[in-house]
Design a protein around this ligand. Sequence first.
Ligand SMILES: [Mn+2]
Length: 237
Amino acid sequence: MKKILVVSRRYIRKDKLINWVSEIYLELISSADIIPVIVPISKGTKEILQHYLNSCDGLLMVEGGDLGPEYYGENYPLNELDEYDKLKDEIEIECYKYAYNNNMPILGLCRGLHIINAMHGGKIHKDIHIYNNNAVMHINYNNYDNHRHMVSIIENTPLYNWYNMSEINTNTYHHQGIMELGAELLPMAYAPDGLIEAVYNPNCKFLVGLQFHPERMLPDYDGNIKVFESFFNAVKQ
Ligand SMILES: [Mn+2]
């Protein structure tokens, strides 16, 4: 069976650091007859990471804290970032580089999109709401899972093929976003404030980044599951 790596996320529970991954990703991967492999964040993981990489067929990068600004040429004070985790950055970016260099399918959601953009030389907004003067709310803690904004989809892109619609109403859980698009990446969708909400690299087998979370709104559009089906098919090829 093929394997997809997912790097975990850490937080402190009862005074101890624990690793976690949202179960929906593990369910989606295993229901496609692919083995989800959680790559834990621990110092020891870096020593053995190559063993994870040697056996992987694709990489899924999911939600998480802010990417370190060093990866996109900025040097904000790190204590101003949301859930900054240097070790997660290091492990996930090493996974990304291996997958990218071996032309393996990569899907990045939210933080994963930011990593893809930074690795292509693009820049990230420290906080999109400073830039857009709150014209569009990209995160709403009071209406977390039901908050939506419109996204317009560009024709002749993979995203358009999946949704077959020129506009969708997406969930939105982010305070950062693409400031400058990285080389080779093409935009697939825009929010009403102009923020790029989806990208792909047409020179890769499958390299897609989405700002929204299709897995958290599966019933809303048939296109949501197609994002994952297309990713999994690329992994199986
Ligand atoms: Mn958004």
